[in-house]
Each structure stands twice: as structure tokens, then as C-alpha cells.
Design a protein around this ligand. Structure first.
Ligand code: MN
Length: 228
């Protein structure tokens, strides 16, 4: 019997590579401008300043392999990112212990209504309308760290219809994954099910309906996403 006042919304669950048991999502944190070359292409100073974050919604994560072009935008960009899936958390986690909280990693896309984000930036308003829309974070299967290890380096790339658009290396992150976890945990009590999108390398560009995106991260394979 349903113990809630209304029908219980589904738990968002991402497939885990090599397992029947999926990964349940609690929160989604995204870091902005975490690769110098991408900060420069967006017109910002690439020097290390305090990191900043925005959030997507758990059910924005979408493992289906399809990305429906969203309404109210005529400039939607791809951002290929390493997603970090936590299995535990806490407050004030040290950089040294941060990776102990990582369950695994996945390839993800931080899809962005760039035209709307630019408007919100200009007005000094929050970014949700540009960032946290339906199915805005296509994601591949979670690869447990017990099998793939941690990923301080490795090529990260994205092709659109076979043309290479983004090409970087995880070692170019301004804030490394352990630093991101430690920093976030000073402001939020992190927990199991929390997902961190770790930023995108240079080369973001527009997508159109019918495009086929292929994102690759060394050690995690590739994901394909069709824009429909
Ligand atoms: Mn991003």
C-alpha cells in the first residue's frame, strides 16, 4: 500500500556496468568553468578562482541515449563531462579522503540552453532555466571505481556526426575531483547518491535535431546520444 499522500515519484536509477543493481540518484552538482580553455572560450579569466556550482535535478539525468531538443531555445550546446557518483558523504571531507566516497564514474553531457543561460547571466539571475531542464544530462552507465580505478587523467572528447568538437584531458581540470568533493562538503552535507558533473573542456558547440553525439572518456568507453 502506498504510504504517501500522492503517488510516489520514481527513484532515478542509472544502470551500473556489470551489475543488475542500478545507482540511485539523490542530488546533482555541476561545477562551472573547470577547464581553462573552456573558461577562455566563454570569455572568462582562466586563472584559478574559487569554484562555483549550479545544480541539475536528479531526473534530468537520462541514460536513454536520446536527447529531445528542448523548447524555448535556438542555441543548445553540448558539454562532455566526467560524472562522479558518490556512495557516501559527509561534511568537511578532506582532499585526502575524498575519493573514498566515490562509488564510480560515468560519461555525461551537461546540455545547455546557451541563449537562455546568456540572458540569465546578463540579468544576474540563476541558471536553472538554461541548465536544469528536462533530460538535460544524458549519462552512460556507472563504472564502479573498484573496477576502473580513479581517473586523474585520460582523454575526454566529443564528436558530432563524426566531427571532433571537444578534445581535452581530465588532467586539465582546474579543480580536481578530490578538491571538488572537499570544497562542496564544506557547504553541503554530501551523501550517497550525489552526482558531480566535473566540468567540460573547450570546444562546446551547437547541436541540431538529427545530430549524433559521441562522447568518450579514456577508461570508460563511449556513449552515443541522438538529438531528436
Ligand atoms: Mn558544464
Amino acid at each position: 500500500m502506498n504510504r504517501f499522500a500522492i503517488e510516489q515519484p520514481p527513484v532515478v536509477a542509472i544502470p551500473v556496468d556489470g551489475s543488475e543493481a542500478p545507482y540511485p540518484v539523490r542530488r546533482v552538482y555541476c561545477i562551472g568553468r573547470n577547464y581553462a580553455a573552456h573558461a577562455i572560450e566563454m570569455g572568462h579569466d582562466p586563472n584559478r578562482e574559487q569554484p562555483f556550482f549550479f545544480q541539475k535535478n536528479p531526473d534530468n539525468l537520462d541514460p536513454s541515449g536520446e536527447f529531445p531538443y528542448p523548447p524555448h531555445s535556438s542555441e543548445v550546446h553540448h558539454e562532455a563531462e566526467l560524472a562522479v557518483m558518490l556512495k557516501s558523504g559527509g561534511s568537511n571531507i578532506s582532499i585526502e579522503q575524498a575519493l573514498d566516497h566515490v562509488f564510480g564514474y560515468a560519461i555525461s553531457l551537461d546540455m545547455t540552453r546557451r541563449d537562455l543561460q546568456a540572458e540569465q547571466k546578463k540579468l544576474g539571475r540563476p541558471w536553472e532555466i538554461g541548465k536544469a531542464f528536462e533530460r538535460s544530462a544524458p549519462v552512460g552507465p556507472v563504472h564502479p571505481a573498484t573496477r576502473v580505478g580513479h581517473l586523474p587523467e585520460g582523454r575526454i572528447s566529443l564528436k558530432v556526426n563524426g566531427d571532433l568538437r571537444q578534445d581535452g584531458n581530465l588532467n586539465q581540470m582546474i579543480w580536481k575531483v578530490p578538491e571538488i568533493i572537499a570544497y562542496l562538503s564544506e557547504y553541503f552535507k554530501l551523501g550517497a547518491g550525489d552526482v558531480i558533473l566535473s566540468g567540460t573542456p573547450a570546444g562546446v558547440s551547437e547541436v541540431k535535431r538529427g545530430d549524433r553525439l559521441k562522447a568518450e572518456i579514456e577508461g570508460l568507453g563511449a556513449i552515443s546520444v541522438n538529438v531528436v
